[in-house]
Design a protein. Structure first.
Length: 134
């Protein structure tokens, strides 16, 4: 496995923790600040936890990015769960389908520079996000 391109399966909370640690490791390897590497780790943890809870399993892909002089980290979390019925509502802070604070999607969006959600009812959800090194 290439150290700059890591794919992890999500089947338990231990896998979420592993994905979080790998995200933070790659962010630091890119030279991101301690604050930005924690933002990456937190966003990975939030989205991976959602995938595990709603779909019971999924995957996380972490990949180094290079665009001209810019370097960053791409994170893709995918599942084959029920999908998100109302994405606009799910992105609002305070909305939860599982008795939580309901800030996961919105918080992850705010912590990352790029953020996109593709979801289809009955087919699953893919969240793609990126953090660029300043």
């Amino acid at each position: 496995m290439d150290e700059d391109d890591v794919t992890l399966l999500l089947k338990s909370e231990v896998d979420v923790l592993r994905a979080r640690k790998e995200g933070q490791r790659l962010a630091r390897e890119l030279g991101m600040t301690a604050i930005d590497s924690v933002k990456v780790a937190t966003a990975v943890s939030e989205i991976a936890s959602n995938a595990l809870f709603h779909a019971r399993e999924g995957s996380v892909n972490l990949r180094m990015l290079c665009s001209g002089n810019r370097r960053g980290l791409s994170v893709t979390v995918a599942d084959r769960g029920p999908g998100i019925a109302d994405l606009e509502q799910a992105m609002r802070d305070g909305f939860s389908t599982r008795n939580s604070l309901g800030i996961g999607l919105g918080a992850a969006r705010r912590m990352m520079d790029d953020f996109e959600v593709n979801t289809e009812i009955g087919r699953g959800t893919t969240v793609t996000m990126a953090k660029w090194k300043d």
